[in-house]
Design a binder for this molecule. Structure first.
Ligand code: EPU
Length: 419
C-alpha cells in the first residue's frame, strides 16, 4: 500500500488549481442514468471514487469514454443490469446514488446496502422511506435493497434529518415521477444545486435547490446534455488551511469563493488575510502562527463536517485553545488519536475536541482512517518537525486529485512511496 512522507515545510507559496467537486461529480454521474442518450460531463476530478462510479455504470452496460482531461462521455441507451453489487458499494457508499435514477427510469433497482463506515453508522433509511412515499415497493434482504415501481408518483416528503445524498436520490427519482414532489428539510449544499442544474439541463423541472424546500415536477423523459461540474469547495479549503498552518501565501484558482463563506470566516478568525475574485481565493498568513478557532459543524451554509479534521490540525499548532464540535457524524474524530501521537494537546469530551495549540508538532508514523482524516494528517505533517509517514493513503486518493504534486508545487516537501 502506498504511503506519503511529509516533511516540515513552508511557508507554502504559490498557486494551485482546484479540481471539480467529488461530491457533485458522483451524483451527476449517477443522474446520467435518468436520460436517454449521451451526456458529456467535464471537470470530473480524477479520483478513486469517480473511477468507481464509472466502473459501476460500466457494469450496468452504460458505455463510457474518458478523455485525458477526465471529461466523461456517457451513453445510457443500452443498460443491461440494474444492480449495484456489494463489491463496488463496499468501496464507495455513494454508489447508493444509482438507486433513485434506476428505479425512476427502469422501475427496478438492486443496490447493496452500504455498511457502517469509519466516521459513523450512516444509515440510508431516509432514502428508502422517501422512495416508498413515492410508491416504490422496497425489500431489504440478504444485504441488498430490492426496489421496484411502475411509475413513481410525486409526493410531499419531510425528511427528519438533513441528508445530502438522501436529498439527491429523491430529487433524481422525482425528476421522472408522475406529478410534483416536494422535499422539505432538504439539504442545501452547493452540490445539490449543481445536481439540480444538471437535471434541469437534461430537461427536468427542479426549483428551490439551495433552499430547504425543493420542488420537482416529474417529466416523461430526460435527454442527455453537456455539463461542467462545479469546483471542489473542500479541496479549496484544504489548500487554504495548508497555507495557514505553514504561515504561507497561497492562491487557489478555478474555485468559487462564495461556496466557502463559513470556512473563510474561520480562517480570518485564525488571523489570515483573505482576498478573492470571481474564481480565486488568496490566503496570506504573513509568516504568522495561526490563532486557535472554535468550530461547530452543521449542514450548509454552516461550517462543513468535511473541513472539521483539517481545522483540528490547524488548531494543534495555533495560539490559545479552540473547541471543535462535530454534530453530523458520531465518530468523526479518528484523527485525534493520530494527532496526539504527533504531540498534539487534545481532549475529547463527547462530540467536542478541546485543542490547546502547541509551538511544535513532532513527526510520527500515523495511519489515515478516512478521507478527511488523511488530509488532516498531511496538514499536520507539514507543520511537524521531522518526517511524518502516513499509511493507508488510499483514503486520500478517493477525494484529492494528485495531492502530493499539488502541495509540492506550493513548496511542500512531500513524496509518495509505492508499496
Ligand atoms: N442519515 C440518516 N439516515 C439517512 C441518511 C443520513 O440517519 O437515511 C444521517 C447520517 O448518518 C448522518 C447525517 O444523516 O449522521 C448526515 O448524513 P448525509 O446523508 O448528509 O451524508 P451523506 O450524504 O452520506 C455526504 C457527503 C459526505 C459529507 C456528508 C455531510 C457525498 C458523496 N458524501 O454524505 O462527504 O460528509 O454528506 O455533508 O456527497 C467526504 O467527502 O469526505 C464525505 C464523507
Amino acid at each position: 500500500m502506498d504511503k506519503l512522507i511529509v516533511a516540515q515545510s513552508g511557508p507554502l507559496n504559490g498557486e494551485v488549481r482546484i479540481s471539480g467537486a467529488k461530491n457533485a461529480a458522483l451524483p451527476i454521474l449517477a443522474a446520467t442514468l435518468l436520460a436517454d442518450g449521451r451526456s458529456y460531463i467535464s471537470n470530473v476530478p480524477h479520483l478513486h471514487d469517480t473511477t468507481t462510479s464509472i466502473e459501476l455504470l460500466g457494469e450496468m452496460g452504460v458505455s463510457l469514454s474518458v478523455d485525458e482531461r477526465m471529461a466523461v462521455e456517457v451513453d445510457t441507451s443500452s443498460i443491461s443490469s440494474f444492480v449495484a453489487p456489494y463489491e463496488l458499494v463496499k468501496t464507495m457508499r455513494a454508489s447508493i446514488l444509482v438507486l433513485g435514477p434506476l428505479l425512476a427510469r427502469f422501475g427496478e433497482a438492486e443496490v447493496s446496502l452500504p455498511g457502517g463506515c469509519a466516521i459513523g453508522s450512516r444509515p440510508v433509511n431516509l432514502h428508502i422511506d422517501g422512495l416508498r412515499a413515492m410508491g416504490a415497493d422496497i425489500r431489504v434482504e440478504n444485504g441488498y435493497i430490492h426496489a421496484t415501481a411502475r411509475r413513481l408518483r410525486g409526493a410531499r416528503i419531510v425528511m427528519d434529518i438533513v441528508t445530502v445524498t438522501g436529498t439527491e436520490n429523491l430529487m433524481m427519482a422525482a425528476a421522472l415521477a408522475d406529478g410534483e414532489t416536494i422535499l422539505e428539510n432538504a439539504a442545501r449544499e452547493p452540490e445539490i444545486v449543481d445536481l439540480a442544474d444538471f437535471i434541469n439541463a437534461m430537461g427536468g423541472k427542479v426549483t428551490g435547490a439551495g433552499s430547504d424546500t425543493i420542488r420537482i415536477s416529474g417529466v416523461e423523459r430526460l435527454q442527455g446534455t453537456r455539463f461542467e461540474v462545479l469546483p471542489d469547495r473542500i479541496e479549496t479549503g484544504t489548500y487554504l488551511v495548508a497555507a495557514a498552518i505553514t504561515g504561507g501565501r497561497v492562491r487557489t484558482l478555478d474555485t468559487r469563493p462564495h461556496l466557502l463563506d463559513a470556512v473563510l470566516a474561520k480562517l480570518r478568525d485564525a488571523g489570515a488575510d483573505i482576498h478573492y475574485g470571481e474564481d480565486w481565493i488568496e490566503l496570506d498568513m504573513h509568516g504568522k502562527r495561526p490563532r486557535c478557532v472554535d468550530i461547530h459543524t452543521a449542514p450548509h451554509p454552516a461550517f462543513p463536517t468535511d473541513m472539521q479534521a483539517q481545522f483540528c490540525a490547524l488548531n494543534t499548532v495555533g495560539e490559545g485553545v479552540g473547541t471543535v464540535t462535530e454534530t453530523i457524524f458520531e465518530n468523526r474524530f479518528m484523527h485525534v488519536q493520530e494527532l496526539k501521537r504527533m504531540g498534539a494537546n487534545i481532549k475529547l469530551e463527547g462530540n467536542t475536541a478541546i485543542i490547546a495549540g502547541c509551538q511544535q508538532l513532532n513527526a510520527a508514523p500515523v495511519m489515515a482512517t478516512d478521507l478527511r482524516a488523511s488530509a488532516c494528517l498531511v496538514l499536520a505533517g507539514l507543520a511537524a518537525e521531522g518526517e511524518t509517514m502516513i499509511e493507508r493513503i488510499y483514503h486520500i486518493d478517493r477525494g484529492y486529485e494528485r495531492i502530493e504534486e499539488k502541495l509540492a508545487g506550493l513548496g511542500a516537501v512531500i513524496r509518495r512511496i509505492a508499496g
